[in-house]
Design a protein around this ligand. Structure first.
Ligand code: ATP
Ligand code: MG
Length: 199
């Protein structure tokens, strides 16, 4: 880089730093964050679990609720349970080809009862509500009740909701919303879900 370019680069970086510093200065509020991770691309649940790992890595407490028990063993669960993270997993193993609305509703409700307890527990810093969006879309859970529990949770508790097609009221309530867009997915090219990567 020429000296002239170096100077230009330095001036630009100083400007960026000043802007970032001003924003950091402005962000003074401390509170639990509600994040929604939605969209059709891959990476919603892995992102949620990444934040759980981050939380536990600081010696803080996280709890995980899985509203859809996948076809496969969950690698994250194997690891995180060893680290003392409690899991509530929906019993019937609801899948996309759900057959029985009544038993699914009962299972969703039972799982939600546990979720609600964690959403009232100040000692839990982070609650991951994995695939909750579908419970709302299928009407297995009452959206008003979900919103009430989220609104009344302990002030410092963070919550992550994952799943496609998040209801507008959930994204409106959230502080942070990320939409994962599908650019391409290995499955579309005929590649099977891989252990240690997809589950
Ligand atoms: P992951 O758990 O890998 O972060 P996700 O939570 O974003 O994925 P889900 O809709 O919960 O996505 O689907 C879970 C499973 O489906 C994973 O095995 C994932 O690889 C696969 N999957 C995710 N997105 C797609 C897609 N766009 N096409 C095909 N399969 C997908
Ligand atoms: Mg997922």
């Amino acid at each position: 880089m020429s000296e002239h370019n170096q100077d230009k680069h330095k001036a630009r970086q100083q400007k960026v730093k000043a802007q970032v510093d001003a924003k950091i200065e402005q962000a003074q509020e401390e509170k639990g964050i509600l994040q929604v991770i939605t969209g059709n691309g891959k990476g919603k649940s892995t992102s949620g679990f990444g934040t759980v790992a981050r939380c536990v890595g600081h010696g803080m407490n996280a709890a995980v609720v899985q509203f859809i028990k996948g076809m496969w063993e969950c690698g994250e669960r194997n690891l995180l349970e060893r680290a003392g993270v409690p899991f509530a997993v929906m019993k019937t193993g609801f899948t996309w080809e759900t057959q029985n609305r009544e038993t699914d509703t009962q299972a969703a409700q039972a799982t939600w009862q546990q979720a609600k307890l964690w959403l009232q527990d100040e000692s839990i810093d982070l609650v991951l509500l994995d695939e909750l969006t579908y419970m709302v879309s299928y009407d297995y859970l009452d959206l008003d009740e979900v919103i009430e529990a989220l609104e009344n949770r302990p002030a410092m508790q963070s919550v992550i909701i994952t799943g496609r097609g998040a209801h507008r009221r959930l994204t409106e309530l959230a502080d942070t919303v990320s939409e994962v867009r599908n650019v391409k997915h290995a499955f579309e090219a005929g590649i099977k879900a891989q252990k240690g990567f997809d589950f």
